[in-house]
Design a protein around this ligand. Structure first.
Ligand code: FMN
Length: 197
């Protein structure tokens, strides 16, 4: 089957964080070019981060590097801050009450100037007020993530067990096969949303 052309829109890999929430995003774009440019990010209305962004004036975008610990993508991209303390196992700093991972290329602090409703998502537009670079690592592209996601998201299994991973929330089921009527106990999706590892 022909690959969707939207897969050829090149983008990067980021963490958007605000007070009480953070998640992986690939939809970040610089949309103006003054001294303090505007930067947009598109966040799904079902994500807790969307709810938190609407209650806050500021957010932070961190840039993930090619060398990032895959557990960061697993934790921040497949579980929700609603019921998980995503920063628990990682080193972080705090800027104005917003947590920022240390294992990133750098981060940008943004003040929200506009929010645009775009059906499934909201686009949050922020003015870049400050930033800090931690290292000169290459930034990870979304396409790199797609090509390497098996190794980045790999699950460590004990005794060569087979693992089935929920592609929606990251829940792992161990066993040779998934039971016929299996539903994810964490997020409720059916067995078709599980990938064998
Ligand atoms: C590679 C990748 C890219 C993603 N891009 C976006 C995105 O651009 N916007 C978005 O709202 N969610 C995106 N997500 C999904 C969120 O990270 C995911 O739903 C997360 O669990 C939401 O967490 P929260 O409930 O704490 O906000 C992406 C996930 C991955 C793995």
């Amino acid at each position: 089957m022909e690959r969707s052309l939207t897969r050829d829109i090149l983008s990067g890999m980021f963490i958007v964080s605000t007070k009480a929430s953070a998640c992986v995003v690939d939809t970040v774009m610089q949309v103006s070019s003054s001294k303090e440019p505007l930067i947009s990010v598109s966040v799904n209305k079902n994500n807790y981060t969307n709810e938190c962004l609407k209650k806050n004036q500021k957010f932070i975008i961190s840039i993930l590097s090619k060398n990032v610990d895959g557990n960061i993508i697993k934790t921040f991209g497949f579980s929700s801050s609603r019921d998980t303390n995503k920063f628990k196992d990682f080193e972080y700093i705090e800027i104005d009450g917003i947590k920022v991972l240390k294992d990133v290329v750098g981060y940008m602090v943004l003040e929200i100037v506009d929010v645009i409703d775009v059906e499934t998502h909201d686009i949050f537009i922020g003015r870049l007020v400050s930033s800090q670079r931690f290292n000169n690592d290459d930034a990870m592209l979304y396409q790199y993530y797609q090509e390497h996601k098996d190794e980045l998201l790999k699950v460590t299994t004990k005794n060569n067990q087979t693992a089935f991973v929920c592609t929606v929330c990251g829940y792992v089921y161990y066993g040779d096969t998934l039971p016929p009527d299996f539903k994810c106990p964490k997020c409720g999706v059916g067995r078709e949303a599980f990938e064998k590892r």
